[in-house]
Design a binder for this molecule. Structure first.
Ligand SMILES: [Zn+2]
Length: 321
């Protein structure tokens, strides 16, 4: 088994971008010197090791599975090394405590940021059918309210917020109200902010080449219209040669033997990367996989989410950068 995209989104989001080791403030992702490329520092550490003879290995794996959210903790490389080198000190129970305490600290941190303005937002709750309102911006007769049915958004600086399970509502006093976007509860990585009189929303996705979650699509809602008009641009550029690699990836997916799920999720996202240049061809290829044994359960969930992304690429292809 591998760590699913959904689990990755959840652990990376709940870690608050900080190593879980007590007292460590190392960010899990960093921006390169001179504002260069972002890079990933954090490591996904298994609490019960993957192999029974690994650090904290058990002959009986946890019931939720070794690659489940509850069995993973994000650490900086130094602390990953420190805990793996001393399994007699950093036992399964101690790492579970470290993870729980870290996530609680992040919740408090985010909660404090939310509390400052909470009383201002609560009067908008009814606008989103009773969902808690988490942000609101006023522009003359226009009001934008963000409600949440997922993880509470976290302030990430420069007026930007990041969360999941969000509903963006545009209310224009004279003309009623319109829903601009509803994100999935599994998407723990919707970033949004106000720029001039526009609402900008960046959705993130899984990138198999770097094994990280990266910006995928930016939607910009111009609030001077009602409902707000939307433009978008695809932020993920197709890796070199990805379209030529499609036949090999398809061959790999077709040949998967029953029970061997390794690599399926990543390969589906590689088909997506190929489809950044030619979404129609990639969607057709994904459709042709529907009869295969693994195109069920988690496989189907990933394939359908890749198809949804390709539909977005198709919609905004002419504006792609
Ligand atoms: Zn650390």
């Amino acid at each position: 088994m591998t760590i699913s995209i959904k689990t990755r989104k959840i652990i990376w989001s709940r870690s608050g971008n900080i190593c879980a080791f007590p007292g460590c403030r190392q960010a899990l992702t960093e921006i390169g010197s001179n504002g260069g490329n972002e890079f990933v520092v954090g490591e996904e550490c298994h609490i019960v090791a993957r192999a029974s003879d690994g650090p904290r290995g058990l002959t009986t794996p946890p019931p939720e599975g070794l690659d489940s959210f509850s069995n993973l903790v994000l650490l900086c490389p130094t602390h990953h090394c420190i805990v793996d080198a001393q399994p007699e000190i950093y036992t399964v129970e101690s790492l579970q405590d470290i993870k729980a305490a870290h996530e609680a600290r992040i919740r408090v941190r985010d909660g404090e940021k939310k509390l400052e303005e909470e009383h201002e937002f609560s009067r908008y709750d009814r606008i989103c059918s009773g969902l808690p309102a988490v942000n609101a911006w006023n522009f003359g007769p226009s009001l934008i309210v963000v409600c949440s049915f997922g993880s509470a958004p976290v302030a990430v600086g420069q007026g930007r917020w990041r969360g999941s399970g969000l509903k963006f509502q545009h209310i224009y006093t004279a003309k009623g109200s319109a829903t601009l976007l509803i994100s999935s509860e599994g998407e723990f990585d919707i970033e949004y902010w106000m720029a001039n009189e526009s609402l900008c929303v960046v959705q993130h996705t899984f990138e198999p080449e770097s094994n990280t979650i990266v910006p995928f699509l930016q939607r910009t809602f111009d609030l001077n219209n009602f409902p707000a008009t939307c433009s978008g641009k695809i932020l993920l550029s197709p890796p070199k040669g990805s379209i030529d690699a499609l036949p090999d990836v398809m061959e790999f997916l077709r040949r998967q033997k029953t029970g061997s799920s390794d690599g399926i999720e990543e390969s589906l996202f590689r088909v997506r990367n190929g489809g950044l240049k030619d979404p129609d061809q990639a969607i057709e290829k994904l459709d042709s996989l529907r009869g295969l044994w693994w195109y069920d359960g988690a496989g189907a969930e990933t394939a359908e989410s890749v198809i949804r992304e390709l539909e977005l690429v198709k919609a905004w292809k002419c504006k792609a950068v």
